[in-house]
Design a protein around this ligand. Structure first.
Ligand code: ATP
Ligand code: MG
Length: 434
């Protein structure tokens, strides 16, 4: 089936701005046969254990060849799956310059990977690694550029509830796909490319640390968040850390994990907690400590970060994981040189994706008037830590085409914007199916 037929089958029908020829233009450089072929495959999720084994077994060359064989199919599959979803975005969004730019990066990368579909493998290996580095560099600013595209839509056309719902659903899947593609590329380039000579930690297998010391990552993330917090507020809460690992009291708590992912989650949660605490106690000279509990069970490793930052009312908790929801002022771009402490509204949703990527999660529980507990859950067993990947199929395409069902429960007038709770209930229920 050619690409156009698929678009007609699954795409939007209500627009004049994004005619079929425009959608065709979006993938103009890609042979529709290849595109359809790769989009018709489901991505193959790997577990942390498989990723580790890949990097440790056998000779370097044997591994590199196996990795090459896997990636030359898997990367185009992951790219084609998510490109299908981009093409189903609301018409107005597809015409935004930043979205078109992102789409052109995906097109180009997909096209470049097709060069490795067949041919002499041994001579391909170094070129393939260089190509992956190029692709990774090209996609560095995807998150910001896509976010910019949404702002462009907001400014030019406004965003209604249905569109917002679809964008939220899409961004979760799009950014998750990106995390997974970067993970695969990083593994290959760190293990087999010139990146491997860049002083990667001797214990690490690519970006994975088989003995990731959770306490060290917590302390590292805290110190860096503290640095930012002190820059903004000239003060920062202290920290108290408790580690619990039943039956294993003296040992450090370790886990097979990607330290940079864990760091990202903790850094974002610390920044949020610090801001809440300092602002909630702005009249006081001393602020209450942040409390961290690290607990390793049989299945789950849990990190609980408790703050006394005043919490969030229940009517707002559904909004916390929405992209662009922030109660901080929009950071000023001209203030470059120092990173903002808050303001983009991407901290929580992206951190939750990192946690969910290996079947963990992030949950926020608030006691309004007192504080918030943020919980990070990670899988203890590396064979259970499988990648969670978006799969493009008919359910996906139906989601982009259907409106939010009308609620069949009465709404509470005191609950802020009337549609919010219902809308988010449906959004998260559907998003979890990814
Ligand atoms: N621990 C917390 N206590 C109180 N409110 C919180 C807490 N964590 C998050 N929030 C609320 O959730 C909002 C969204 O958080 P999120 O981290 O996604 O974005 P942000 O911090 O505003 O901006 P950034 O993208 O820079 O992180 C915050 O603006 C804040 O209002
Ligand atoms: Mg934040």
């Amino acid at each position: 089936m050619n690409v156009l037929k698929l678009f007609f089958k699954t795409g939007f029908t209500n627009s004049s701005a994004c005619k079929p020829h425009f959608r065709r233009q979006l993938i103009r450089k890609i042979s529709s046969t290849s595109f359809d072929k790769y989009a018709s495959f489901n991505p193959s999720p790997l577990s942390l254990r498989q990723l580790l084994e890949f990097g440790t077994k056998g000779s370097k060359n044997g591994c590199q060849e196996a990795s090459f064989h896997f990636l030359r199919k898997e990367l185009p599959v992951r790219l084609a799956n998510i490109m299908k979803e981009i093409s189903l975005l609301p018409d107005n969004l597809l015409t935004m310059p930043s979205v078109r730019l992102v789409m052109s990066w995906y097109e180009q990368s997909f096209q470049e990977l097709l060069q490795f579909e067949s041919g002499d493998e041994m001579s391909h290996l170094p070129k393939f690694t260089d190509k992956l580095i190029n692709i990774r560099n090209r996609h560095t600013n995807v998150v910001e550029t896509m976010a910019q595209g949404i702002l462009e839509l907001k400014e030019t056309h406004g965003i209604d509830v249905n569109t917002e719902n679809r964008i939220q659903y899409f961004l979760d899947r799009f950014y998750m796909s990106r995390i997974s593609i970067r993970m695969l590329i990083n593994q290959h380039t760190l293990l087999f490319g010139s990146d491997s000579e860049l002083g990667n930690h001797p214990r690490h297998i690519g970006s994975i640390d088989p003995g990731c010391n959770v306490l060290h990552v917590v302390q590292d993330a805290f110190e860096n968040a503290r640095f930012l917090c002190e820059q903004y507020y000239l003060m920062c809460p202290e920290i108290e850390i408790i580690c619990k690992s039943p039956g294993n009291k003296l040992k450090n708590i370790e886990i097979v994990y990607v330290p940079s992912h864990l760091y990202h989650m903790l850094f974002e949660l610390f920044k949020n907690a610090m801001r809440a605490v300092v602002e909630h106690h702005s009249e006081e000279t001393e602020v209450p400590k942040l409390k961290v509990m690290i607990c390793k069970g049989v299945e789950d490793l849990t990190i609980k970060l408790s703050d006394e930052g005043g919490g969030v009312p229940r009517s707002k908790t559904d909004l916390l994981f929405q992209y662009m929801y922030s109660t901080a002022p929009q950071p000023c771009r001209s203030n470059s040189g120092s990173a903002p402490l808050a303001g983009y509204g991407y901290g929580l949703p992206l951190s939750r994706l990192y946690a969910r990527y290996f079947h963990g999660d992030i949950i926020l529980n608030s006691l309004e008037g007192f504080g918030t507990d943020a919980l990070i859950y990670l899988k203890v067993l590396s064979n259970e830590a499988n990648e969670l990947l978006p799969v493009y199929n008919t359910t996906t395409s139906k989601f982009y085409a259907s409106d939010i069902p009308v609620s069949d429960w009465s709404s509470s007038p005191s609950n802020g914007p009337s549609s919010t709770s219902t809308r988010t209930y449906f959004t998260s229920a559907t998003a979890c199916r990814s």
